[in-house]
Each structure stands twice: as C-alpha cells, then as structure tokens.
Design a protein around this ligand. Sequence first.
Ligand SMILES: CC(C)(COP(=O)(O)OP(=O)(O)OC[C@H]1O[C@@H](n2cnc3c(N)ncnc32)[C@H](O)[C@@H]1OP(=O)(O)O)[C@@H](O)C(=O)NCCC(=O)NCCS
Length: 225
Amino acid sequence: MTGHEVRPLSIRPEVMNAIRPMRPADAPRVAQLHRAAMGHSLWARLGQAFLATLYRRLIPNPLFVGFVYEEAGSIGGFIAGSTNTAAMFRQVFRKHFLPLAARTAVGVAMDPRVIPLLLRTSTYFDASGSDIPAESLFCSFLPELRGKKIADHINKVLFDELLYRGHKFVKITTESDNRGANRQLTHWGFQVGGRFRFYGKDMVKYVLDLEESHRVEPVGRYHQA
Ligand SMILES: CC(C)(COP(=O)(O)OP(=O)(O)OC[C@H]1O[C@@H](n2cnc3c(N)ncnc32)[C@H](O)[C@@H]1OP(=O)(O)O)[C@@H](O)C(=O)NCCC(=O)NCCS
C-alpha cells in the first residue's frame, strides 16, 4: 500500500490540447525519446533502428494505445500502453517477424551482452503477472518538460482511454530505484501489487483501480484525431 493522499488534478487545457494519439510517422522521434531516457533498457540497447521499427509496427496494432505531447510541431514526450501487452507483442512479433528479427540481429551484433536478457524477455509476463492485461509500458518526457505536471496529463489521457475501453485496472512496472516514476505513481494512488527481479534489477509492479480513481473518467480520445 502506498497510503499517499491523492490530490485532484488541475487540468490545463493548453496541455490537454497538445496531446494527441501516436501515429506511425512518430516512431523515429518516440524511439529517440525512449532511448534518451531509458537507454539501459533492453529494447533501447538493441539500438535506435530496432526501437523505431518496433514502434512503427506497434502503433497500428489495435491493442496498442499511445499518445504524444507536441509543442510547436515538436514531440517532447510520450506514453505507450496496451490493452493487452502479451497478446500485442505476440501479434506484432508474428506479423513482422522478419524486419524485427533483422533489427534484433543488428542490435545483438552491436552489443552481444543483450543475449541473456533477450532469452529472459518472455519470463516478464510470468514475473509481472497476467491478471491485469491493461498496462502503461513507457512514459518519457524531455528533461526540461519534467516536473511541470505535463506527464500527469498524458497519464490521465491514457488512463481515461483504458477506462473508456472497459478496463477496471491498469498496471505499470518500474525499477524500484526510478525516483521520478515511483513518485508519479504514488501521487496517482497506485498500490504496490508485487515486487520481482528482472534483468538483474529490482522491479515494482503498481496497480491502479481506474473506476475508483477520482482522477480518471471514461473518456475516449483515441479516434478524435
Ligand atoms: C517518469 C516521468 C515521466 C515523470 O514525469 P514528471 O515530469 O516528473 O511528472 P509530473 O510533473 O507530471 O509530476 C508527477 C507528480 O510528481 C510530483 N512531482 C514532480 N516533481 C516533483 C518534485 N521535484 N518534488 C516533489 N514532487 C514532484 C508532481 O507534483 C506530481 O504530483 P501530482 O500527481 O500529485 O500532481 C519523468 O520523470 C521521465 O520522463 N523520466 C524518464 C523516463 C522514465 O524513467 N520513465 C518511467 C519508466 S517507464
């Protein structure tokens, strides 16, 4: 239990208006932001080209739900989630096996130390639990856009969308020592749903009851753009 008092969100319309659904054309920029903030993650260690290919294939998948924050034509942050992460990755890796395998091979050639991590990837779904299908996978903002509650807005947009699509719960796993992420999730009222080790790191699984959260409303914004 986090026990943090959840304060109401103060919504800034100009921030909300700068958030839109992620499009396939955003993949290279999203990959860049992902790599800049989470360069040590497995996907990022496979390289920028792998990440861009992965996002380009994920974004059109119906189980993918992603939004970007765009200011003056420039994307400064994003959130990527799914209504069913395991099924989404299965579908995308099956459908686009060749381009993804080719990019993975290049990534492995650049950094062979990722091989044991790759082999353990499938155990993520067992470790993080399959009880809650909806998940927020990655959220990242440029350093100069952090601490301004813009990330709060994009989280709300994702959570509203998931509730709108009928999901009562959302889960997020993060590293135990990721201060920014832990602080944000605690402020949202996420409860600790478990802890596990993955890729040699201590991870926390957080769960939010979307129906109970007074910050979340069933509003679908995905098909508006
Ligand atoms: C995780 C991340 C997106 C959080 O973004 P952020 O800009 O800190 O978030 P916000 O400004 O929306 O703040 C979130 C909450 O933390 C609080 N907060 C932010 N900075 C704070 C600070 N310095 N001191 C105290 N509280 C702070 C905010 O008040 C807000 O609380 P609220 O929800 O009650 O209003 C950002 O740190 C990031 O991009 N990190 C790099 C990528 C990453 O690690 N992603 C997570 C793994 S997927």
